[in-house]
Write a protein that binds this ligand. Structure first.
Ligand code: PMM
Length: 299
C-alpha cells in the first residue's frame, strides 16, 4: 500500500491526535483562552510524536447540534494558521467544503470528512482540485439523527458497500485513488455490537486496497465493554487503556492510522505492534534507554 503525498507514512501505524477546537473542549474563559489552550495541547501532542493533528471545530458527538460554517471557520482557522507556521502537520475534521477549502489554504494538508462526502456535495470538488488526501468515513446522517440510523442486517458488508459507493463517487469527481483513506466510522450510526463486528473484520475494509483509519478513542462501545457490576458504562476519561489496546490491534491488523485523544499511549502501542510484527526494533540512539544512562533494571 503506497500512501498519498501529504499522508504521513512513518513506517508504522500513524497516530493522529484529536484537537477539538470547540468551546466545551477547553476553558470557557473566552475565545483567546480557548484558542491558547488548544495550541498548547496541539504542541504537546506534536512534541510527543503525533504524526498528524486533527483539528475540528464542530462536535460530532451523538445528539450534538450543528454550528454554522462561519463559526466553524472562526474556530479552526487561527489554530491551523498558528500550527502551520510552527511546521505541525494537520488534517481538518469537517464535513463542509468551505471549511475544508479555508483550512487547506491556511496550512492543513489532509481532509478528514466524517460524512465521506455525503454531507456537502461540493466536498468532492475541493478534494479533487486540491489533490490532498481525503478520509472518507462511513456515515449515514448527522449526529442528531444517527442513533436511529444504526440498523443493519450485516454491518460489515453494508459498511464495505456503502464506503465503496463513496469511493466511486470520489473517483467520478476526479479524486485520485491514491488520495483516498477509508474509515469504518465507529460509533457513527452504530451500536457497540456493530463497532466490534467492524473491528473484528477490519480485513474486509483493508481488502478494498485503501489505507484505513480507525477512530475508537474513548468511544461509547469501550465504555460499555468496561461497564461496572451494575452495568454502568466506564466514563470516557477512564477508557485510555482500552483505547491503546485497540490501537495495538488495529496496527497489527494493518490499519494505516489511529485517531486518538491521548497520543502517548497509542504511539507506544503502535511501536509495540510494529516491533512484534517485524521482529526488528527501530532504535532511537539518542534515547536514554539506549545509552545505558538510566540505571533501570533492564534485563
Ligand atoms: N470520530 C469523531 C470525530 N472525527 N474522524 C474520523 N476519521 N474517524 C472517527 O472515528 C471520528 C472522526 C468523534 O470523536 P470525538 O468526538 O471523540 O472527536
Amino acid at each position: 500500500m503506497t500512501t498519498a503525498p501529504g499522508l504521513p507514512d512513518p513506517g508504522r501505524c500513524a497516530v493522529m491526535g484529536v484537537l477539538n477546537v470547540t468551546p466545551d473542549s477547553f476553558s470557557d474563559g473566552g475565545r483567546y483562552e480557548f484558542e491558547a489552550d488548544a495550541l498548547v495541547h496541539a504542541h504537546r501532542m506534536w512534541q510527543r510524536g503525533a504524526d498528524l493533528i486533527d483539528v475540528g471545530g464542530e462536535s460530532t458527538r451523538p445528539g450534538a447540534s450543528r454550528v454554522d460554517a462561519e463559526t466553524e471557520i472562526e474556530r479552526v482557522l487561527p489554530v491551523i494558521r498558528a500550527l502551520a507556521s510552527d511546521g505541525v502537520a494537520m488534517s481538518v475534521d469537517t464535513t463542509r467544503a468551505a471549511v475544508a477549502a479555508a483550512a487547506l489554504e491556511a496550512g492543513a494538508q489532509v481532509i478528514n470528512d466524517v460524512s465521506g462526502g455525503l454531507a456537502d456535495p461540493d466536498m468532492a470538488r475541493v478534494a479533487a482540485e486540491s489533490g490532498v488526501p481525503w478520509v472518507l468515513m462511513h456515515w449515514r446522517g448527522h449526529s442528531k439523527d444517527m442513533n436511529a440510523l444504526a440498523t443493519y442486517d450485516d454491518v460489515v458488508t453494508e459498511v464495505r458497500d456503502e464506503l465503496t459507493a463513496r469511493v466511486d463517487a470520489a473517483l467520478a469527481a476526479g479524486v485520485r485513488a491514491e488520495a483516498i483513506v477509508l474509515d469504518p466510522g465507529l460509533g457513527f450510526a452504530k451500536r457497540a455490537e456493530h463497532d466490534w463486528a467492524l473491528l473484528s473484520r477490519l480485513d474486509v475494509l483493508l481488502a478494498l486496497g485503501f489505507p484505513v483509519l480507525v477512530g475508537a478513542s474513548r468511544k461509547r462501545f469501550l465504555g460499555r465493554l468496561l461497564a461496572d457490576a451494575d452495568g454502568e458504562p466506564r466514563q470516557a476519561s477512564e477508557r485510555e487503556d482500552a483505547t491503546a489496546a485497540v490501537s495495538t490491534l488495529a496496527a497489527a491488523a494493518g490499519a494505516w492510522g489511529v485517531r486518538v485523544h491521548e497520543v502517548g499511549a497509542s504511539l507506544d502501542a503502535v511501536a509495540v505492534a510494529a516491533a512484534w510484527q517485524s521482529g526488528v526494533v527501530r532504535v532511537d540512539p539518542s534515547s536514554p534507554a539506549n545509552t545505558g544512562s538510566t540505571g533501570s533494571p533492564d534485563a
